[in-house]
Design a protein around this ligand. Sequence first.
Ligand SMILES: Cc1cc2nc3c(=O)[nH]c(=O)nc-3n(C[C@H](O)[C@H](O)[C@H](O)COP(=O)(O)OP(=O)(O)OC[C@H]3O[C@@H](n4cnc5c(N)ncnc54)[C@H](O)[C@@H]3O)c2cc1C
Length: 460
Amino acid sequence: MEHLSDWVIEFKRAYPEAEVLVGAEIPAAVRTDFLGAEVGTAELYIKVHSSAEVSAALKFAHANQLPVTVRGAGTNLVGSTIPHGGLVLDVSALNRVLALDEDNRTILVEPGVKLCDLQALVESRGLFYPPDPAEKQATIGGNIATNAGGMRAVKYGVTRDFVLALEVVLPDGSLVELGSPCLKDATGLNLKHLFIGSEGSLGVITKCLLRLIAKPEATAHALIGFKSLAEGISAVNTLYAANLAPTAIEFVEKKVIAFGEQFVKAEFPLPEYQAYLVVTFDGKAESLPSQLEACRQAISAQHEIGFLPLTDPVVAQNVWTIRAALAKAVQASGVWEPVDTVVPLKSIVTLIDDIAALSAQEGVRILAFGHAGDGNVHLCILKDEIPLAQWPQRLERVLTQLYARVYELQGKVAAEHGVGRHKRQYFLAQVDPTELQLMRLIKHSIDPYNQFNRGCGYAE
Ligand SMILES: Cc1cc2nc3c(=O)[nH]c(=O)nc-3n(C[C@H](O)[C@H](O)[C@H](O)COP(=O)(O)OP(=O)(O)OC[C@H]3O[C@@H](n4cnc5c(N)ncnc54)[C@H](O)[C@@H]3O)c2cc1C
């Protein structure tokens, strides 16, 4: 290998803005994920500010076949930013908004732009970026690399549906533009889709052209309390059958709410119920009250419910703050494992019942919340008082049974968080061997030395 310290001197001379750290200088905070339970190793860390820096860094890594871990805000929950040696390429400072085209309703940004900043900017211009994953500090590049979902996927779709074009620096340092500003594109293979959701396994996304829509005039929410989670979940089908087109349908169990309430020091309304749906509608202001009423009528015809339109701003704020803080609240409470599984809509109730049985059988507490409207069930598996030494085996037993059941129900390991390192063994146990072989053939043709996120997700 070309001597690392000589190369660093040259690189810093050529790109004085880049932050470069080597060996022991690299802090643990950039060698882990949001959970922070595992910290990886790296020889080189570069925080880049331009595509040219990315390209130069990758040329060096390629020449020396160094493993590369791309890092955005590091909010992933699956260990996909835990390096196993080599280079950590931090793109969080590659964060300029390059062009907002209000006539075409597109925005061109660098990947390090935070979701919260993008949403605030476009909404200040009467525009709207619908993908809305709960972690607003995540970067747009990270959202694209994980094909992030979030609450509004029910009505608008996921991140993939709003990516028009990408600039990508490939593992050998060459640069390619994929996609176009056109809304329709049936011109050859649509390669941008390979990079969306690729979890940093194929190259570095350095520019993102995103589709925007007009900002909905108004939004209305209602909290619906149910006597059981299974009842709440089965009400989702009632909503769809009534053709009510909600923007979001979130579900949460009362026992999870307690974590959120304690964490953000606020009260959740309708405390007499065991489970909740939070339903959102957006559109013309005058149509929203009738949509909420139609929603109440459709669900109350089949279930005994508490129905609270969230018109009081303080109550609404409490509900959403608690909902948004759930993962962080559970994280603050101790050791846990996040699960981001997805099943076809008709199977959610079966899955929730099976999870309750599994929890009782294995003596492990499992909390559920998530995006009920698209079958995405988030679980928090809690270590509680289980001794740390026994936890990995106990957890593995639970997860093995859980994912086997998910696949029986035609579901998948990951709905929106990706596979990363933490879900890899369960993904590999279930994936069709031919599909896996195809994925690896594609990776090999783009990343022949398997440098990018090696040992992560589908990568060897
Ligand atoms: C409290 C909380 C709530 C969350 N809620 C949701 C939710 O509702 N929906 C959801 O989908 N996710 C959610 N997440 C997960 C996480 O926020 C998303 O996965 C997010 O998209 C990660 O973005 P990031 O910038 O933090 O990426 P990172 O964590 O830094 O990286 C994630 C992956 O993307 C790759 N990557 C990052 N940037 C690039 C790039 N420019 N080019 C190529 N590869 C890149 C990395 O190598 C890694 O594989 C949540 C996380 C937390 C902590």
